[in-house]
Write a protein that binds this ligand. Structure first.
Ligand SMILES: Cc1cc2nc3c(=O)[nH]c(=O)nc-3n(C[C@H](O)[C@H](O)[C@H](O)COP(=O)(O)OP(=O)(O)OC[C@H]3O[C@@H](n4cnc5c(N)ncnc54)[C@H](O)[C@@H]3O)c2cc1C
Ligand code: SF4
Ligand code: SF4
Length: 313
């Protein structure tokens, strides 16, 4: 894909800024427009098992987004040298997303927390892969891209920990909200979604809550055409919807995912409980609804791309 095409995709709001074409130097087709049709018709991945989990580390629980499952697993994979590096995300000044290749297990906690911004995580995939076995934490669009890159490179094998994702927001949203509510965006310590409200926690203890409905214009078309709530191609999918406070929902999507979760449980790093069928059904309902809503947007996108002479493989 040429730089010109990337510009067109950005203008059409179809670029999720996943960073894949920075890593592949614009050679590959964009994985965010080349989305398999079956993900729209059948968005439920092959789930081996579902669990409710939580970190056993108090410090992680304090700083992580939910149950600290992701941070705990990543730290343990580095500790046990299952992988040599992990590709994670931090935020810099002005909420600039900063993908980082972490080698030191002691540095994983610095990346805890969900960042509701489009982030070019995969721009650093090459650096991570050069170190030998690696893992990536990413949203379904990141994981979709890693899987496409693995197929293209042949033989590449990245451990993939995917987050559940309904949608993301443009960074400009925080600038607009900071003006409206009078805060400095560098003072944000946590962000998240609860009961249809977007919550921003500041370092002075203040919490700003905005109805999600008011923020729809900050969601790009790439999210509106995205069929995946659960990252289909991940080894483990981690979220928090319908889980008790400070816990996670985890879907095991591969044998390797199961082994890793078992290892973390056996090592005493994670509490692991079976997910009730009712919780699983609620999540799968949201998953189906996301794909259903995305389908008409996708059909428009396909037409739009044709008018720009961009082909879909
Ligand atoms: C944009 C977005 C939308 C989400 N939507 C949903 C949803 O609809 N339903 C649901 O159940 N869960 C959703 N999640 C996942 C949820 O917020 C938590 O990330 C998840 O429950 C894991 O919690 P944890 O305590 O284990 O994470 P932590 O232990 O705090 O670890 C979080 C990890 O996520 C990575 N990360 C943070 N932000 C990003 C990002 N923007 N891109 C790539 N990697 C990132 C960090 O590197 C860190 O390693 C969403 C997350 C994001 C970022
Ligand atoms: S979505 Fe990813 S691969 Fe596609 S143009 Fe944007 S950064 Fe590049
Ligand atoms: S909705 Fe899809 S495209 Fe948007 S951030 Fe989430 S995974 Fe990426």
């Amino acid at each position: 894909m040429s730089i010109e095409k990337r510009k067109i995709l950005t203008n059409l709001e179809l670029c999720s800024n996943c960073g894949a074409c920075i890593f592949t130097r614009n050679l590959s087709p964009c994985p965010q427009i080349n989305i398999e049709e079956k993900l729209y018709r059948d968005p439920i991945p092959d789930i081996k098992r579902g669990y409710i989990t939580r970190s056993t580390d108090i410090k992680i629980l304090e700083l992580a987004q939910d149950g600290g499952t992701v941070t705990s697993i990543v730290r343990q994979m580095l500790e046990k040298k299952v992988v040599n590096s992990a590709l994670l995300l931090k935020l810099g000044r002005n909420l600039t997303p900063l993908p980082v290749v972490v080698r030191d297990p002691g540095k994983v906690l610095e990346c805890a927390g969900s960042k509701y911004v489009y982030a070019p995580v995969l721009s650093k995939l090459g650096e991570a892969m050069r170190e030998g076995p690696t893992l990536v934490v990413g949203l379904p669009c990141h994981i979709r891209a890693v899987s496409a890159i693995e197929r293209e490179l042949g033989g590449a094998d990245v451990l993939k920990i995917g987050l559940l994702c309904s949608h993301n927001f443009r960074r400009e949203m925080y600038i607009d909200l900071s003006r409206k509510y009078g805060f400095n965006i560098d003072n944000i310590v946590k962000m998240g979604i609860k009961k249809n409200m977007f919550r921003i926690c500041l370092n002075n203890g203040n919490v700003i809550e905005v109805p999600l409905k008011e923020l729809e214009s900050y969601v790009l078309r790439c999210c509106r055409q995205c069929p995946e709530l659960i990252p289909t191609y991940a080894d483990l999918a981690v979220g928090s919807m319908f889980a008790p406070e400070k816990h996670n929902v985890v879907f095991v999507l591969s044998r390797r995912g199961e082994e890793i979760l078992e290892m973390c449980h056996d090592d005493g790093v994670l509490e692991v409980m079976n997910m009730e069928d009712s919780v699983r059904e609620k999540i799968l309902k949201v998953c189906r609804r996301k794909a259903e809503r995305a389908l008409p947007v996708r059909e428009e996108v396909v037409k739009l791309l044709k008018t720009h002479e961009i082909s879909i493989t």
